[in-house]
Design a protein around this ligand. Structure first.
Ligand code: ATP
Length: 364
């Protein structure tokens, strides 16, 4: 068992409150990502979990035991850093085995564990090499091996891939994923890259200004963002958003924005009750369909093609009308031409509605 609980963690550096009341329950075997832009408090949260940074308030628990005051090496956690933090004057073998040597493990055991870990990460042939003679990807693998050889209860990753070029980054992230599928070690991973978070994680905690805005299964955070910030931070291309007024009455929703009117029927509106409010209406590109006509009870958006983004596998079509812009994903051979007038169908069960003032999700 290796369940990590963060309870009301806060951290101030003088006047700067870096982390505010962060509570996360990370179950055994889970791969959890802390996702957010630079400076939002991800690293500080991870460092408090690792014991590298003292908490201002709150608690860290491992399998129900409070470990808040424990030294880093007592926690059974191994950290992989962005800058690898390898020992450049040592060879690969000694880097991987260093922690075991400190623990005064028998020579034969160190030999066996280092070799097994090196084999698992395809470093077997490089054990005698010095760190300075390795590529960036190989150094990253040594950093992973050094954490893995300790057989920790929990892995903590602080942006481990951000120093790698795009191609290598993609490869290494698959390696980390494969490793987690094999070892099933509880993992907490920090990144500002939403795509990386989606690919790797079981659960994502989206952070902003020291606060967790949403924590949930990765697919739920994507499909049902609880906040406008989460909706636009996760997903490529960015979720299309139109600001306007929403009038609801029973299942009928009427949305008006400058030069735009939509009316549709939607059981998810029932929770709102009758009313009239300023909202942000969001649609993901894969949910918007280019169609010849829109049925009476469906939301539609008429506009002209303003931009085509062909990716080979798909083409993203940006459709504009006045100040409003939405994107639709189409098959490349079905892409319209630039400036062509098109109609988008916006399926009611794929719409995201956020209160314009609080930016919180309002539809079910
Ligand atoms: P990045 O992705 O850039 O590392 P982050 O989300 O990990 O960002 P943190 O490094 O946790 O963010 O920093 C959160 C806030 O706390 C920032 O405003 C940062 O400037 C501040 N901060 C972090 N460490 C310290 C420190 N040792 N002293 C003072 N302020 C700090």
């Amino acid at each position: 068992m290796s369940r990590v609980e963060l309870r009301g963690l806060s951290k101030s550096f003088g006047p700067v409150q870096a982390v505010r009341d962060v509570s996360l329950d990370i179950s055994d075997h889970a791969f959890v990502t802390l996702l957010g832009p630079s400076g939002c408090g991800k690293t500080t949260t991870l460092n408090m979990t690792a014991g590298l940074e003292a908490v201002s308030s709150g608690d860290v628990l491992l399998d129900g035991v409070p470990i808040t005051g424990w030294a880093p090496h007592e926690r059974g956690m191994a950290m992989v850093f962005q800058n690898y933090a390898l020992y450049p004057h040592m060879n690969v073998f000694d880097n991987i085995g260093f922690a075991l040597k400190l623990q005064r493990r028998p020579r034969a055991e160190i030999e066996r564990r280092v070799r097994a870990t090196a084999e698992a990460l395809e470093l077997g042939a490089l054990l005698e090499r010095r760190i300075s003679q390795l590529s960036g990807g190989q150094q990253q693998r040594v950093a992973l091996a050094r954490a893995m050889v300790k057989e920790p209860q929990v892995f903590l990753f602080d942006e481990p891939l951000s120093n790698l070029d795009a191609a290598l980054r993609t490869r290494m992230r698959i390696e980390i994923k494969r490793l987690h599928q094999q070892l099933r070690t509880t993992s907490i991973f920090v990144t500002h890259d939403q795509e990386e978070a989606m690919i790797l994680s079981d659960f994502i905690a989206v952070m902003r200004d020291g606060v967790v805005v949403q924590y949930g299964p990765a697919d739920e955070v994507y499909r049902r963002p609880a906040h406008h910030y989460v909706a636009t931070f996760i997903g490529k291309p960015r979720m299309g958003i139109v600001t306007g007024r929403l009038r609801t009455s029973g299942e009928v929703a009427e949305f008006t924005a400058a030069g735009l009117q939509m009316r549709w029927r939607d059981p998810a509106i029932l929770v709102l009750g009758p009313g009239d409010r300023e909202v942000l209406l969001g649609v993901r590109a894969e949910d918007a369909r280019i169609v010849a006509r829109v049925d009476q009870d469906e939301a539609g958006f008429d506009g002209a093609v303003e931009l085509l983004e062909p990716l080979g596998s798909d083409t993203f079509v940006e459709v504009g009308r006045g100040e409003h812009r939405l994107t639709a994903r189409v098959e490349p051979d079905k892409a319209p031409r630039l400036a062509e007038p098109v109609r988008l169908r916006l399926p009611w069960n794929r719409l995201h509605l956020f209160d314009a003032a609080t930016e919180q999700r309002i539809n079910a």
